[in-house]
Design a protein around this ligand. Sequence first.
Ligand code: HDD
Length: 725
Amino acid sequence: MKTSVIGGVVLNALLATAGCPFMDAEAADRLERRGTFPVNHTEKAAGTKFLDQFTVNDTDSYSTTDFGTPVDDHTSLKAGDRGPTLLEDFVLRTRITRFDHERIPERVVHARGAAAHGYFESYADWSNITAASFLGAAGKQTPIFLRFSTVAGSRGSIDSARDVHGFSLRFYTDEGNYDIVGNNIPIFFIQDAMNFPDLIHAVKPNPQNEIPQAQTAHDSAWDYFGSNPSTLHTLFWALSGHGIPRSFRHMDGFGIHTFRFVNDEGKSKLVKFHFKTQQGLASLTWPEAQGLGGQNPDWHRQDLFESIDSGAYPEWEVSVQIMEEEDVLKYGVDLLDPTKIVPVEYVPLTPLGKFVLTENPRNYFAETEQAMFCPGHVVRGIDFSDDPLLQGRLFSYVDTQLSRNMGSPNFEQIPINRPRVPVHNNNRDGAGQQMIPLNNAPYYVNTLNNNWPKPANQTQGNGFFTAPARRIVDAAYVRETSPTFSDYWTQPRLFYNSLLPAEQQMVVNAARFELSKVASPVVKQNAIAQFNKIDHDLAERVAVALGMEAPAADPQYYHNNKTAGVSVFAEPLPSVAGLQVGILATDSSNSSLSQASALAKSFKQMGAVPVIISETLAHGADATYIASDAVLFDGVIVVDGTQSLFTAGASTLYPIGRPAQIVRDAFYYGKPIGAVGAAKDGLSQASVPIQKGVFTANSTSKDFVNDFEGGLKQFKYLDRFPLDS
Ligand code: HDD
């Protein structure tokens, strides 16, 4: 609990006099937090000590200019107190100039995001397969910074947009920074970096009117998907629950490309990175995601921030699929093709370690916004592959960072981008240079400084080196795509086959939604023709909703294979940490309020986030009905007495019918519902049948709480979602 003198003292005093049933330490804490800025980050800064030297603490200070002169920067210099402002006022001029230049260009893609610090811990000494020092000893810890993002929307767009989600992971190793700039979907839309601008131009809004924001439900996106079938596999993942995760904490990450591990002897293996969420996979439904866009556009960043702030540190296991150099074509796919997975049935995951996010950034702009990741940030023991998408990325990211840092190559010197090891090279100058190089012979070979800094390599200076096994065959220069890249339909079908029926229905419904917003009949027809190569039934189900017809079955790529680990809903969640439990109470009943308080205490103890909702905040509720909606909760409970609100007439305190609507919507979003005492009789007023996932009890007993916890872990009751017959 954070203590705010103002919030704590005043609110506790108020509560003490109010004699309300919520008046316990928990409630005071909740109230206090609502009114105060929640965090004092310095408490948890242990893992980011290397950044502490750059922090600024304004306590006990007076304002200064940027050049250090203490000044009054509150009131401008005028000729008399009603007179004109004077040009001489350097304080005013510099202050306004600084303000005018506060923004840097947002990322051309992945503009919307949030990040956190943490650490990676290696399970073992992996030096048999890689010389990477952060994997060199069991228990070795390395600081990390992880940024999550959506791709298409601009920096102010909603969190819950349907999209691929970025997963940019930086290891601040003791041999330099290593970035894996991945996504939450294990494959990508295209196979050649040359096509990236086209893909992005197609999914971004219409150039004429910049509509729609952060969506692919428009003509140009689907024109691109239907005309470029390499996109289908990633598209299918994005149309499923993977495109609308419950939170950043509840999604996996992937390195996507094939990379190389190289050991000190120069022996190399091909690897694919998997980051498996230890929170379990969970996704929203599409109506929820849409509702959240309005109810809480900051849903994901808030979930991440508050989870870490409350000590519910999210974790991921880092695994690799390890493959031999000569097996690049062995698994029915070309390992250089980023649109294909290697099924885990062929190559299982080898867990290398885990990482934990333990600290929120202390300043969004300085850390999250200025983080500049590059797939070319590698360390000894890691190497690239010839994946043509990866090769293009090695250029693009440095280039984009130059643009974001206003042309200066010194973006690597910004605190969040600095390695925690010293930098030595003959790079010099540039705008905003932060270092004072002392070497007056910044060239090589030199005699004046004894050749320092010397090139490091495999044998001297513990340097990065290219895997000796990398070879190119004698080949002509061609602008061609390898025929080994050309099957675009087998794996989308593998993905679709591997989903539960309710998840398949979600994919169908997502395609129906998106294509219903497309105007061009040709674009729609092309999309259906591509679906038809994946699955005829799917094509028919989408076509019927558009008033169109699917072509005859096109079975060239049809098969019945499945793969493990792609379904979002197959497994219950291991924990309820950070899940929001809406507890519907009423100001008009003291017993309802004490029941709500008792429940809140139990759920808080298990790591969930209870939110007591009532008509007003007068008795210490966390939220009012006017500001609550089913999308904001992972499960809802109605306490005894609140059912009266389901039948009561109109109230000016909330929109008509809101309390019952929260319960009804939550039911149709597949969430667990609870009702205590007479509240269970009220469920029918909210049109909620008593069935699986609806928990009723006479009191807030331990059994009820445990059952409801099970419901939260189940997360979605899929039988509530109708299937096409
Ligand atoms: Fe990219 C940002 C992920 C292909 C060009 N990309 C960016 C970010 C992520 C990805 C997570 C956000 C970085 C951050 O958090 O700051 N991108 C991917 C993945 C790809 C991929 C997983 C394929 C496997 N990207 C890709 C290609 C190109 C780019 C083929 C260009 C040829 N990506 C960029 C960029 C961005 C970027 C323009 C914008 C902001 C930035 O780099 O730092 O350079």
